[in-house]
Write a protein that binds this ligand. Structure first.
Ligand code: ATP
Ligand code: MG
Length: 211
């Protein structure tokens, strides 16, 4: 038996940036704040359901001439092997031949410890030659501690080329043994939040342009 995850069985629609509707209300200050996060290893976009997190990021990426990958998470991705397969699949939409050693781990009988996966993955991410953005959307859905541990380990020694963006309805719940390091990353991250009280155009403009 192996971890049972194959690149070919990935649901590719989870790797697509959501389409944006025409006639969106512009949110220039929030986009500018995303821009300032470019130099950070993590941008955290945390706001309740329906506040426009995914839309904001999709619009931001559309205007950005940088390579980007998108992963819309769901319940199944709480499983570390599934999460890892999709994480690799997302990055490989930009770098199709990259991360092969980590990919090979998914063919093993079982996954090695998270620290081992993270070390290999960090080395492979460090080999990438271009900067890129990776958006993990709906991160609040992830309930498995191992996934948080993997991200914490990546953020502890962040790969220079990868600009990670996490969109979530609540702050990521972080494993206690890596909490300090991640908290540091989060503190230094550009933190984007939006608020709105109604869906009327005026109130959206008023509220959404507040930092
Ligand atoms: N700038 C905008 N102008 C007009 N409509 C918007 C804008 N941003 C978002 N919307 C609309 O608001 C709704 C919610 O947006 P979105 O899905 O981006 O929210 P979300 O914060 O990602 O929600 P969730 O937590 O459920 O994923 C969508 O119908 C979207 O089209
Ligand atoms: Mg969303």
């Amino acid at each position: 038996m192996n971890t049972g995850i194959d690149q070919q069985v990935l649901l590719r629609t989870k790797l697509h940036r959501p389409r944006v509707i025409a006639d969106l209300i512009d949110r220039p200050s929030l986009k500018a704040r995303l821009d300032t996060g470019w130099d950070r290893s993590l941008i955290l976009v945390a706001a309740p359901a329906g506040f426009g997190k995914s839309t904001l990021l999709s619009v931001w990426l559309e205007a950005c001439d940088c390579p980007y990958a998108w992963l819309s998470l769901d319940e199944d991705d709480s499983d570390l092997a599934v999460f890892l397969a999709y994480f690799l699949g997302a990055v490989r939409t930009i770098f199709p031949n990259a991360l092969t050693a980590t990919q090979a781990l998914l063919s093993g009988v079982s996954l090695p410890p998270v620290t081992v996966i993270a070390r290999g993955l960090l080395n492979e991410l460090d080999d990438l030659e271009r900067d890129f953005v990776l958006v993990l959307d709906d991160y609040h859905i992830i309930s498995e501690q191992a996934v948080g541990e993997l991200l914490a380990a990546l953020l502890q020694h962040p790969p220079g080329r990868m600009h990670l963006v996490i969109a979530t309805r609540k702050d990521p719940s972080l494993p206690s043994d890596s909490f300090v390091h991640v908290l540091k990353s989060l503190r230094s991250a550009a933190r984007i939040s939006a608020s709105r009280s109604t869906r009327s155009r005026d109130s959206w403009s008023r509220h959404w342009e507040r930092p």
